[in-house]
Write a protein that binds this ligand. Structure first.
Ligand SMILES: C[S@@+](CC[C@H](N)C(=O)[O-])C[C@H]1O[C@@H](n2cnc3c(N)ncnc32)[C@H](O)[C@@H]1O
Length: 423
């Protein structure tokens, strides 16, 4: 493919945070260019590489990270905070419109808080025996080695040195490694992925490293290697001991805000189904005032949730291990609940939304980190008679196109839908 340099006027930011404008042969996407800018880009088909900004946007700011534009972690770091929030809000409004919904979207609430409390680092050992540890490069399969990430919470300050030390301990195997690090009050909780079954020597080496790094816990794909202090997480009044490698919201600030908003919307509700409940981020605060039944695919997460409720003196939370993609709760199952909370993975919950659309559940609170599948599932709920009360974005993904969303959907008052008894 021949590449050429072209002068491009950027019209808007796209879904991945790339600048979109017209090139000689149609639309081109240029990462790191901003709306309103005139730039020089090196074009390779519809893809452009930013070479020079001729007319900068008034919203352009200096990047705060020295790895910006080589590290693939951040897509948008040079756009000021207010226009970034506006762009994300528009992405969500556009997705809803494309799904057939003309819904108003509240301004995003920033929930970066102290920063990300979890990260996945990648480690690869080259033919020369050197191990690179960091994030993936943008638009490439190589690793950009980093020694710091300003988006991480202070409690993650030891995360990169720890990732490097563990990667070095396994470098001889030559296997690519993913290192999931979570900051907890007990210290760093690290789950390794990709190293396969460990032999005795590797295990001993890792235990020694974990001790010298003072890790709270180290595991291999969820299987415990060593634990010095059991990680504990506060969820409402409850304390939960999460199993290794379990899902947690990216920032503590977002976790608290999501739980607060959900509990506020559930005021007066007595029975709640929490679908895709994980370790109880929402179930446990809800259990402080309502009966909860929590569903998830992951039995260890649900067991931790149930133990957390018991140990904290809350009313018991019923749990059911269930694949909600294959076996969504049916409309008749849903009839037992005054409200349903759902927080599926990025793929969304299409089948569950269809069952909800046929159910009489009066209130659905849909939480999602994927704009497109949130909009798709919202349209299914609305086609089934729900009305949108509120759509509130919560931004826990600074510098990325991702956005956390809470949607509140209610069935119009039963009185209005009921046929008159007489006449
Ligand atoms: C976005 S997380 C939300 C977890 C929890 N609500 C929280 O905020 O911590 C999605 C959850 O969906 C669960 N999950 C993924 N696929 C599933 C499936 N097919 N059926 C049921 N649960 C699933 C995961 O185990 C995970 O706990």
């Amino acid at each position: 493919m021949i590449s050429l340099n072209a002068r491009i006027k950027i019209d808007r930011l796209g879904q991945k945070g790339e600048g979109l404008g017209r090139g000689p042969d149609g639309q081109v996407a240029v990462p790191y260019a901003l709306a309103g800018e005139t730039i020089i880009a090196e074009l390779d088909g519809a893809q452009g590489k930013l070479i020079e900004v001729l007319t900068p946007s008034p919203d352009r700011i200096e990047p705060f990270c020295r790895y910006f534009a080589s590290c693939g972690g951040c897509a948008v770091q040079t756009l000021a905070p207010a226009p970034t929030a506006q762009w994300k809000r528009e992405l969500l409004s556009d997705a809803l419109r494309q799904a057939g919904l003309n819904a108003s979207v509240d301004p995003p609430i920033d929930a970066h808080g102290e920063g990300r409390r979890r990260a996945t680092f990648h480690a690869r050992t080259g033919a020369d025996g050197r191990t690179a540890v960091g994030f993936m490069q943008s638009r490439a399969h190589d690793i950009v080695e980093i020694t710091e990430c300003p988006l991480l919470a202070p409690a993650m300050s030891g995360a990169l040195p720890a990732a490097r030390a563990l990667a070095d301990a396994l470098a001889a195997s030559g296997k690519p490694l993913d290192i999931h690090v979570t900051a907890t009050a007990a210290g760093l909780d690290i789950d390794l992925r990709g190293c396969g079954a460990l032999d005795e020597h590797q295990t001993k080496r890792l235990v020694r490293r974990a001790l010298s790094l003072d890790l709270a816990r180290l595991s291999n794909h969820g299987a415990l290697i060593t634990v010095q202090r059991q990680p504990l997480l506060e969820m409402g009044r409850a304390l939960v001991a999460p199993p290794p490698g379990v899902f947690l919201q990216a920032t503590e600030a977002a976790e608290k805000l999501l739980a607060e908003k959900i509990c506020a919307a559930l005021e007066g509700v007595e029975t709640v189904a929490d679908l895709f409940a994980g370790v109880g981020t929402f179930s446990l605060p809800i259990a402080e005032f309502a009966r909860v039944c929590a569903f998830d695919l992951e039995a260890p997460a649900l067991a931790a949730l149930a133990r957390g409720a018991r140990a904290s003196g809350l009313r018991p939370v019923k749990t059911e291990t269930r694949d909600l993609f294959r076996r969504p709760l049916a409309p008749k199952d849903l009839a037992a609940y005054g409200a349903v909370v759902l927080d599926p993975p990025r793929a969304g919950a299409q089948e569950q939304a269809r069952a909800l659309a046929e159910s009489g559940a009066p209130l659905v609170i849909s939480v999602s980190c994927n704009i497109r599948t949130f909009a798709r599932d919202a349209a299914i709920l609305c086609a089934g008679g729900y009305e949108i009360v509120r759509i509130q974005p919560i931004d826990q993904f600074r510098c990325s196109p991702h956005l956390e969303i809470i949607g509140e959907f209610r069935r119009p008052a039963v009185k209005a839908r009921r046929r008159p008894l007489l006449g």
